[in-house]
Design a protein around this ligand. Structure first.
Ligand code: NAD
Length: 432
C-alpha cells in the first residue's frame, strides 16, 4: 500500500518505518524542515533503540522516503496517517490546531479516494471534525473515509510494541475503511478490535487514563505504607499477583510523566466534563501525581535538613528509561524546585542530556557519568531507572561524595545493602 505519514515525530517516524518494514511504500512528511533534513542525510532526530538501523534498511530498500512537501505526500498515497502532536492547552483540553491544519492540507491536495486515519491521540469527536472540515473544503466533491487507529507504542520499546502489539484498535464507519486497515495490519498477526470512530478515540484516552490511575493508586498506597510501617514493594506484589490486577504499572515512584499520560488524563477530564459527565476519579489521579513530587521534596528536606547550597547529584532525566524524551518528566520538575530552593545540581542521563540542556540551560552541571555527578555531592537522587544505574560501585561513590545520602525515587536499590555500606537511604513507601 502507498502510505503517507503526516507528522514525523516519535509516533510518526516509528509507525512509518514499521509500515515500510512490513512491505508498504511509505512517505513521512513533516513541516519541521530541520527534522526532515536530518532524516534525509541519514540521521535520526530521536533516540529510540533499533530505529536507526530499521530506517536505513528501509531507505535502502526503496520503501521509505521523507519530505516537507505535504502535497507530494497526500497526492502519492492511498492511506494517510495523521501523527501530529496534540499538546495540552492551558485549560487542559487538547490543542487540535495541528490536526485541523493537516485536515486542511489534505483537503487542498486530495485527488481521489483516500483513507484518512487519526493516529494522534485525540478526544472523542475529533474524527467528526476532521470529516466535516475536509467535506466542507472539498465541497463534498471528494470520496474519502475517516478512521481512528490510536497508537499504543511505548517510547523505549516502540518498534517491538508496534510489531507485536497486544491489539490493534480501528474505529471505522465504512466496510471499505475496515478492509483497508485489516489488510494493512494483517502481517502483524494480532487481535483487531473494530468499533466506530468515537469508540476508538475513547479507547485510547481510557487506556492511558487507566494506566495513570494504577500509578497514582500505588503512589497513594506508598504513602500509607510509610505511615503504617509497611513495605510498598511487598504490598504491590501481593496485590499484583492477583491476575485480575497484574503487576504492571504498580511500581511506586516519583509520579508519571512523559508526553502522553499527563496530557491525556487532562484531555479526558476536559472532554468528559464537556460531554456532561465530570470524571472526578481522574481529577484525583492528577492530584495524587502532583502531590508525589511534594513527597519527594519532603524526603529531600528530611535527608538534608536544609536544601540551600546543598549539592545534589541527579541520576536520570528522561521520564522513563530508554528514551531521550523529557516532556513532563518528573525529574525536570523536581530539579526546578530544588534550584528554586537554592540547591546546586549535577546531572547525568544516558540519552537525554542534549534535550535537557535546552530546558535546564546553565542552571545545572552536566556530567559524563554517575560517578562524576557524585563528586562532592551531598545527596544522590535517582530519578530514572536506567539499566546502566543498576550496577554501581557503591564504595567508589561513597568515597567521592561529600556525605553518603541517597534518595531512591524508583526503589531501584536494596536499602539494607546501602545502609550496611553506610548510606543514609530513603525510597518511596519503603520500610527502612
Ligand atoms: P512529536 O511532537 O514527537 O511529533 C509530532 C510531529 O508532528 C512533529 O515532528 C511536528 O513537527 C509535526 N507537525 C506538527 N504540525 C504539523 C503539520 N501541520 N504538518 C506536518 N507536520 C506537523 O509527537 P509524538 O510523541 O509523535 O506524538 C504524536 C501524537 O501521538 C500525539 O497525539 C501523542 O499523544 C500520540 N502518541 C504518542 C506516543 C508517544 O509515546 N510519544 C504514543 C502513542 C500516541
Amino acid at each position: 500500500m502507498k502510505i503517507a505519514i503526516i507528522g514525523t515525530g516519535y509516533v510518526g517516524l516509528v509507525t512509518g518505518t514499521c509500515f515500510a518494514q512490513i512491505g508498504n511504500d511509505v512517505i513521512c512528511a513533516d513541516n519541521d524542515s530541520k527534522k526532515i533534513e536530518v532524516l534525509m542525510s541519514g540521521g535520526v532526530p530521536i533516540y529510540e533503540p533499533g530505529l536507526k538501523e530499521l530506517i536505513t534498511k528501509n531507505i535502502d530498500g526503496g520503501r521509505l522516503k521523507f519530505t516537507t512537501d505535504m502535497r507530494e505526500a497526500v497526492k502519492g498515497s492511498d492511506v494517510i496517517f495523521i501523527c501530529v502532536g496534540t499538546p495540552s492547552r492551558e485549560d487542559g483540553s487538547a490543542d487540535l490546531t495541528a490536526i485541523e491544519k493537516v485536515s486542511r492540507t489534505i483537503a487542498e491536495n486530495v485527488d481521489g479516494y483516500k483513507l484518512i486515519v487519526e493516529k494522534s491521540t485525540v478526544p472523542v469527536e475529533t474524527g467528526e471534525w476532521v470529516k466535516k472540515t475536509i467535506d466542507m473544503l472539498t465541497k463534498g466533491n471528494v470520496d474519502f473515509d475517516i478512521a481512528s487507529n490510536p497508537e499504543f507504542l511505548r517510547e523505549g520499546s516502540a518498534i517491538n510494541d508496534f510489531m507485536n502489539p497486544d491489539r490493534v484498535v480501528i474505529g471505522v464507519e465504512s466496510k471499505k475503511a475496515e478492509e483497508i486497515l485489516r489488510d494493512l495490519y494483517e502481517p502483524l498477526d494480532t487481535e483487531i478490535v473494530v468499533t466506530n470512530i468515537a469508540g476508538a478515540e475513547i479507547i485510547k484516552h481510557a487506556s492511558n487514563s487507566f494506566l495513570a490511575t494504577k500509578i497514582s493508586f500505588i503512589n497513594a498506597l506508598s504513602n500509607i505504607c510509610e505511615k503504617a510501617g509497611a513495605d510498598i514493594d511487598a504490598v504491590a506484589m501481593g496485590i499484583g499477583l492477583d491476575s485480575r490486577i497484574n503487576t504492571h504499572f504498580l511500581k511506586a515512584g516519583i509520579g508519571f510523566g512523559g508526553s502522553c499520560f499527563p496530557k491525556d488524563v487532562k484531555a479526558f477530564i476536559h472532554i468528559s466534563e464537556r460531554l456532561g459527565y465530570p470524571f472526578g476519579l481522574l481529577k484525583e489521579v492528577e492530584r495524587i501525581n502532583e502531590a508525589q513530587k511534594d513527597v519527594v521534596m519532603g524526603k529531600a528536606a528530611e535527608l538534608l535538613w536544609n536544601i540551600p547550597d546543598k549539592t545534589i547529584a541527579v541520576w536520570g532525566l528522561a521520564f522513563k528509561p530508554n528514551t531521550d524524551d523529557i516532556r513532563s518528566a518528573p525529574a525536570i520538575d523536581i530539579i526546578g524546585r530544588l534550584l528554586k530552593e537554592g540547591a546546586k545540581i549535577r546531572v547525568y542521563d544516558p540519552a537525554a542530556m542534549e534535550r535537557s540542556r535546552e530546558v535546564l540551560g546553565d542552571n545545572v552541571v552536566y556530567c559524563g557519568d554517575i560517578y562524576e555527578t557524585a563528586e562532592k555531592s551531598d545527596c544522590i537522587m535517582l530519578m530514572t531507572e536506567w539499566d546502566e544505574f543498576r550496577d554501581v560501585d557503591w564504595n567508589k561513590i561513597k568515597g567521592i561524595m561529600a556525605q553518603p545520602v541517597i534518595l531512591d525515587g524508583r526503589n531501584l536499590y536494596d536499602p539494607e545493602k546501602l545502609k550496611k555500606l553506610g548510606f543514609k537511604y530513603a525510597g518511596i513507601g519503603r520500610k527502612v
